[in-house]
Design a protein around this ligand. Structure first.
Ligand SMILES: [Mg+2]
Length: 477
């Protein structure tokens, strides 16, 4: 059995947990509350007023003027997220962080203790209770035979829901629903399906495979399987898949995007992920590669070799941004990736620059603030910031080979997560590479359509783990 633990109104709930005077009140987490921007998260008390993530702040203020408007703190949420991962790892070593507030837990290696639906339910209930007791947070948990079903079950009942579905229950519940209820089917694809006469999930399940294949290529048959509740994608534990030759992260954007600011924000986030992994593994990179895939699935990779290894997110970002700027012609992009290669163990060919420790922390804060000002919190800590994925990417609807699970140890996983947590908590004061830290806001792109950015803010927090190319649907927190 697989669980998907989804934190309820995560950012807002963390604020409430940390600031008792906010409990029971409508809390709206945003960027700087005095500037225009979007709602990053709304507590459940704010939702009856119609406030939701992604909504322009001005509108939220009209709907719910008495709410507490709280400037979000991405670092705090990442730290909390890592604490939760540690909790999950005491249950099973097979934990895959899916977004900053969601994680998959594969219980199958727990043997008899999780073999029946009842046993899995009891484990889920216990996790929910521990999250409440130890962190004063609410979570909703979906339980199912695979990732697809557990993910979709997690949204059935919120907040504090516990939903168990088998394949049959899944079909009963979702077949009558519009096809975009299916995880992975976005608005665009739903439109495409509708034009083929496929309106509900059930229609998709009954559709002729050839028709789907003709319309969507290899994704087509997987879509149909998904409608049946079939999904062979394994839970890929956090620490798996580290290739010592390169380390990369990529993200499929929630929708095709040509908003330069948003894309730069995404590059910054990817840089941070890559940098963190480099430091966690004790490497610096001499080559940085960016990967761009446009809306027509045309993919390019461009790389730059560096004189000395770097492991600093600002340095990586500057190289990645330069490559991106030199190669992006303004076409809508669906995927961005950054990888680091030509790795050198820390210490080789690297000078220790002590005085940079201070400036680096400042540069990080400035960088985060600048992006946050423009895009809201969601741009800085969107989904997948914690998601550790292999170069190959995550393929929800396709089978992916996984490594020998026997090679894992709970201790190893836990210590890895702790290390990453420490890294995050250190606020970027660790050893730096040779890059001169400079805020990335020094010259952001010019495009940036505000209206497009608004709804994307919310979407961006969703997990990008996408199948052969699609953003996951849904939009709750
Ligand atoms: Mg959530």
């Amino acid at each position: 059995m697989i669980l998907l633990v989804d934190m309820d109104a995560f950012f807002a709930s963390v604020e409430q947990a940390m600031h008792p005077h906010l409990r029971g009140r409508a809390v709206i987490v945003c960027g700087d509350p005095d500037r225009r921007g979007v709602v990053t998260a709304a507590s459940y008390e704010a939702r009856p007023f119609g406030v939701h993530a992604g909504m322009p702040l001005a509108e939220a203020k009209r709907l719910c003027p008495k709410a507490e408007y709280v400037e979000g703190n991405p670092r705090k949420y990442v730290e909390k997220s890592l604490e939760l991962l540690e909790l999950f790892l005491t249950v099973t070593p097979d934990v895959e962080p899916f977004s900053v507030d969601e994680a998959f837990l594969d219980l199958s290696r727990m043997g008899d203790r999780s073999a029946t639906p009842e046993a899995a339910m009891a484990i889920a209930r216990d996790i929910q209770q521990r999250i409440a007791d130890e962190h004063e947070l609410g979570a909703s948990i979906g339980i199912g035979p695979n990732k697809l079903i557990s993910k979709m079950a997690s949204g059935v009942q919120k907040p504090k829901g516990l939903t168990l579905l088998d394949e049959e229950g899944f079909r009963q519940l979702f077949w009558p629903q519009p096809v975009q209820a299916l995880w992975g089917v976005g608005e665009k694809m739903a439109g495409h399906l509708n034009r083929l006469g496929i309106v509900t999930v059930g229609d998709l399940g009954r559709a002729r495979p050839e028709v789907l294949e003709q319309a969507f290529g290899i994704v087509g048959p997987h879509l149909r399987e998904a409608a049946w509740g079939h999904d062979a994608t394994p839970v890929v534990p956090y620490h798996e898949g580290v290739d010592p030759k390169s380390m990369g992260h990529e993200v499929t954007l929630p929708e095709d995007c040509r908003d330069a600011e948003f894309l730069e924000g995404t590059l910054l986030r990817l840089s941070d992920q890559v940098a963190r992994r480099l430091r966690g593994e004790g490497f610096g990179a001499r080559t940085i590669t960016v990967k761009l895939r446009d809306h027509r699935f045309h993919t390019i990779t461009r790389q730059r070799a560096l004189a000395a290894p770097i492991d600093d997110h600002i340095a990586i970002f500057e190289v990645a941004r330069a490559l991106w700027r030199a190669n992006w012609k303004g076409e809508p992009l669906r995927l961005l990736g950054i990888s680091a290669s030509a790795l050198a163990a820390r210490g080789e060919g690297e000078q220790t620059e002590l005085f940079e420790r201070d400036t680096r922390g400042r540069a990080l804060r400035e960088a985060l603030d600048k992006v946050r000002d423009k895009l809201g919190e969601a741009a800085v800590v969107p989904a997948g910031s914690l998601t550790h994925r292999r170069e190959a990417g995550h393929v929800p609807f396709g089978a992916m080979k996984r490594k020998d699970p026997g090679a894992l140890s709970r201790e190893g996983t836990a210590s890895q997560v702790k290390r990453v947590a420490r890294d995050a908590a250190r606020e970027g004061t660790g050893v730096t590479g040779r890059g001169t830290p400079r805020g990335p806001g020094s010259g952001t792109g010019d495009a940036a359509k505000r209206d497009a950015g608004a709804s994307r803010g919310a979407g961006a927090r969703r997990g990008p783990p996408t199948p052969p190319e699609r953003g996951p649907g849904g939009g709750k927190t």
